[in-house]
Structure formats: structure tokens, C-alpha cells
Design a binder for this molecule. Structure first.
Ligand code: TYD
Length: 231
């Protein structure tokens, strides 16, 4: 009787990379996200077979899109309280990580997200004044501990953000007023330090900001042991 050799363990694809853009409104995240989405696939950074998934918070899933509407543009009578707002952002994130980001990374794909946990700490924590310890616990619950491999922080002074927005209509969060936004901006600066985000000077011309983003991402070629963390 010949004994059968045990099956070799199935080869799992290496986990993909998780990249996040953070910053106050008007910092150029959306423009830079588009530029990165155009550049990354031909950059040579993505391993063969890996796709680039572009997503955002709130609203990276079907449930998240419904939550985004409730968070940013609710009927006046349905505007969430600060605590309800925090929980809705956490719900959006739990769905996003569980149903979209996590599975994509597990399949070896790369994910580039417009905002992540830093935004909740900045807006609901530093901005609204909700308890940062509680927010950290919720963050753990919503993300199961998933941290970005790299967070790019587009650093723009609040005055520039207000000037850039001009008379464009503000969403419900941005409409909370200038002192709120000043606390959010200071929060982002504090978080960038605590979480070792990669700072990009967002006052620079668009092409220079794009190049700085590309240079930061090129670091990811270094391999998992040498990645910049977020936490
Ligand atoms: P965003 O989509 O970046 O706004 P824009 O329409 O300018 O592209 O973000 C939506 C708003 O949600 C923004 O005002 C910041 C806010 N926000 C929070 O307050 N907390 C969070 O956790 C997240 C992800 C966003």
C-alpha cells in the first residue's frame, strides 16, 4: 500500500496594498486620486494580475451610498446628532472593510481610498469633540484592525481650503462652520504625527503634488517589512 503525499498548502496570493488619501476639503484629494488611478497601473508597482480598486468613504458600497446621503445631505428633520453621525461613519466603514476592501486585499488587489479612519478622528473627534478613546475603539470594531500600508496626507492651510471652495455649496459637515473646520485641520496635523502619515504640501502646483504622491508610493516597492505604517 503506498501512502499518499500530503497536498501542498494552497498558494494564497500575497495581500494587496492599501493606500489612503486624507485631508481637509479642497485639499485636492479627488484630483490626486484620479491622477494616481491613471498612473499606478503603468507604474510597474502593481504585481501581475493585481487590479487597482478606487474607492471612498463614505460611500464605497451600496449601503455606504445610502449612508453618505443621510450623512451629507439629509432632509433637515433627519440630520443625525453628533453621536449618530459617528456611528453612521463607523457603519459605512464596517461595510466597506468587510465587503469591499478586505476581500480585494485578500485577493491580492490594491485599494486606493479617498478617506479612512483618520477622517473620523479628525472630523468627529477633533472637530465635534467626541471622545477620541471611544472613536479608537469603534475604529477597531469597524475595521477589525485593518490599517493602511500608506496614508498620504494632503496638507493645506484652512485659509486656502476656504478660498478654493469659494461659493461652492458645502456638504452638511463642512457647513458646520469655520471654528469646527479649524479644529479638524489641527486634528489632521496631530494625527499625521501620531500615525506617521506621509505629508504632501498641497499648496504646491497640481503636477508637483502628483509627483510627490508618486514618489511616496514608489516606497511601497520596498517590500512589506519596510512599509510605512498607519498607527
Ligand atoms: P468627501 O467625499 O471627501 O467630500 P467631497 O464631497 O468634498 O469630496 O467627504 C465627505 C465629507 O464627510 C467631508 O466633509 C468629510 C466628512 N467625513 C467625516 O466627517 N467623517 C468621516 O469619517 C469621513 C470618512 C468623512
Amino acid at each position: 500500500m503506498s501512502s499518499q503525499a500530503p497536498e501542498p498548502p494552497a498558494q494564497l496570493p500575497p495581500r494587496g496594498r492599501f493606500l489612503v488619501l486624507e485631508g481637509i476639503d479642497g485639499c485636492g484629494k479627488t484630483t490626486q486620486l484620479r491622477a494616481l488611478a491613471a498612473w499606478l497601473p503603468s507604474s510597474g508597482l502593481l504585481p501581475p494580475g493585481a487590479e487597482l480598486i478606487i474607492t471612498r468613504e463614505p460611500g464605497g458600497t451600496a449601503l455606504g451610498l445610502a449612508l453618505r446621503q443621510l450623512l451629507l445631505d439629509p432632509p433637515a428633520a433627519a440630520a443625525p446628532s453628533p453621536t449618530a453621525e459617528l456611528l453612521l461613519y463607523a457603519a459605512d466603514r464596517a461595510q466597506h472593510v468587510g465587503r469591499r476592501i478586505g476581500p480585494a486585499l485578500a485577493a491580492g488587489h490594491w485599494v486606493l481610498s479617498d478617506r479612512y479612519t483618520g477622517s473620523t478622528a479628525a472630523y468627529q473627534g477633533y472637530g465635534r469633540g467626541l471622545d477620541l478613546g471611544l472613536i479608537a475603539q469603534l475604529e477597531q470594531l469597524a475595521t477589525s484592525g485593518l490599517e493602511p500600508d500608506l496614508t498620504l496626507w494632503l496638507d493645506l492651510p484652512l485659509a486656502d481650503s476656504l478660498r478654493r471652495r469659494g461659493h461652492r455649496p458645502a456638504d452638511r459637515i463642512v457647513a458646520a462652520g469655520e471654528s469646527f473646520l479649524a479644529r479638524v485641520a489641527a486634528g489632521f496635523a496631530a494625527l499625521a504625527e501620531q500615525r506617521r502619515w506621509w505629508r504632501i504640501d498641497a499648496t504646491a502646483p497640481e503636477a508637483a503634488v502628483s509627483l510627490a504622491c508618486q514618489q511616496a508610493l514608489a516606497q511601497l516597492g520596498a517590500g512589506p517589512g519596510e512599509l510605512l505604517g498607519d498607527g
